[in-house]
Design a protein around this ligand. Structure first.
Ligand SMILES: Nc1ncnc2c1ncn2[C@@H]1O[C@H](COP(=O)(O)OP(=O)(O)OP(=O)(O)O)[C@@H](O)[C@H]1O
Ligand SMILES: [Mg+2]
Length: 395
């Protein structure tokens, strides 16, 4: 991809649940228009990464930038630092230490304030920007409308849409398709209500407009108008996932986080959902973060792939590059788990297990994410970095 524009930047993201470091110092960029695959075994923090990005959590620390706006900023770490310093101040401390602690408190307060302002302004600025775009769009439509009734309808519609745009949160531009298509759909709502809900929440009041949009979305995801009045339980898993997709794209997002959208589906219909997402990517210019358990699913669909292990991003590279030069032992273990379509070779396939304690000695020489080849990052220490570089040079 030439001319890469960073749409989403995740910087030192940490999301802890008590002692569980679900996501631990994870950084990556997602470029506009690409499919970024995030893979790793159950519990490694994939969903938490996605949910942190769309601000379901007040992240522990780190930042997330969307189109340059800081949309998530961890304040928990600042608050904890302040709390710890205050506690120490209450004890017996030297004058020198007191000054240090007071500085820690002041600095962290500044950071916390910055984080809060950034998050608030991100929405405000974005809302202004969106409202202006919508206003321009309608200005032309209204000017070109010859039928007075149509003109009036457009004026009404534009008011609604500008109002909604002003209130639009930057995070509505990032929609998540949830892992479990059954649990994520309200069983007491009709498909029409489910798909239209986002617009209602955003402040749309024009029922005809909402309905028209819902039918448009049903069509886009391959469902029919008759489905609109039914309830989620009346649908198959694949259809439910389509409902989930319709619900997210009605918001006209720039980015979709698809959290294992096909894991719960029959093998026979997985390709259909992948194809649908691929179509949408082309039609709507979507950027997709695609979360999956194993590499076989993301291989053909992703431009780049990030591999996670226990809250850490352990490898990140272009798809082809990752399959050509898998470097981290965990990536190799994931690769060895992909079944081979040829039965003869499949029989001899050796599964590599990954045991971090056997693989790495991080007692002195500590690991960080390092660039081994341009754009190819591996979580490793000095000794491993040297070894990986030699390996790729000799291949
Ligand atoms: N709300 C929460 N409260 C406490 N712990 C949580 C919460 N959400 C996730 N965790 C823990 O964080 C870790 C990462 O969970 P996460 O759901 O992100 O994994 P995942 O990679 O999406 O797994 P899977 O492939 O099974 O969906 C797990 O240890 C999980 O138990
Ligand atoms: Mg998950």
């Amino acid at each position: 991809m030439d001319n890469k524009e960073v749409l989403l930047r995740v910087e030192h993201l940490c999301q802890y649940f008590g002692p569980t470091k679900a996501v631990d110092d994870v950084s990556f960029d997602i470029y506009k228009g690409e499919v970024f695959g995030l893979v790793g075994e159950s519990g490694c923090g994939k969903t938490t990464t996605g949910r942190s990005i769309i601000r379901i959590y007040d992240i522990t620390s780190g930042s997330v930038y969307f189109k340059g706006h800081r949309i998530c900023a961890g304040t928990l770490s600042y608050r904890e630092a302040i709390k710890a310093a205050r506690k120490e101040l209450r004890g017996n401390v030297t004058a020198e230490r007191r000054a240090e602690l007071e500085k820690i408190i002041a600095d962290n307060k500044v950071e916390m304030e910055k984080a809060n302002i950034d998050q608030k302004n991100a929405d405000k600025e974005y809302g202004k920007q969106r409202a202006e775009e919508v206003r321009k769009e309608y200005e032309e439509l209204i000017a070109n409308a010859t039928d007075p009734e149509e003109k009036e309808r457009l004026i009404k519609e534009s008011k609604d849409r500008i109002k909604a745009a002003k209130r639009s949160k930057i995070v509505t531009q990032i929609q998540m398709i949830f892992q479990d298509p059954i649990a994520s759909l309200n069983p007491r709502m009709t498909v029409k209500e489910i798909i239209g809900e986002g617009l209602v929440i955003q402040g749309y009041t024009d029922k005809d407009y909402i309905e028209q949009k819902v039918y448009e979305m049903l069509d886009v995801v391959g469902l029919v108008p008759e489905h609109a009045g039914r309830y989620p339980h009346e649908f198959s898993g694949g259809q439910r996932q389509r409902i989930g997709i319709a619900r997210s794209i009605i918001m006209n997002p720039e980015m979709i986080i698809a959290d294992e959208p096909i894991s719960a589906l029959d093998v026979s219909i997985r390709a259909q959902v992948i194809n649908l997402l691929n179509d949408l990517r082309d039609k709507m210019g979507l950027t997709i973060m695609f979360i999956a358990h194993d590499l076989s699913v993301v291989k053909y669909f992703s431009d780049r792939i990030g591999v996670m292990y226990y809250g850490k991003l352990v490898e990140l590279a272009d798809s082809d590059e990752l399959f050509r030069h898998p470097l981290h032992p965990y990536t190799n273990s994931l690769l060895s788990a992909i079944p081979i379509p040829d039965p003869a070779t499949e029989k001899t396939r050796v599964r590599i297990t990954y045991n971090p304690l056997e693989e790495h000695d991080y007692s002195v020489d500590q690991p960080t994410l390092r660039e081994i080849l341009p754009g190819h990052f591996v979580y490793c220490n000095d000794e491993e970095e040297k070894r990986y570089k030699e390996k790729v040079a000799n291949e």
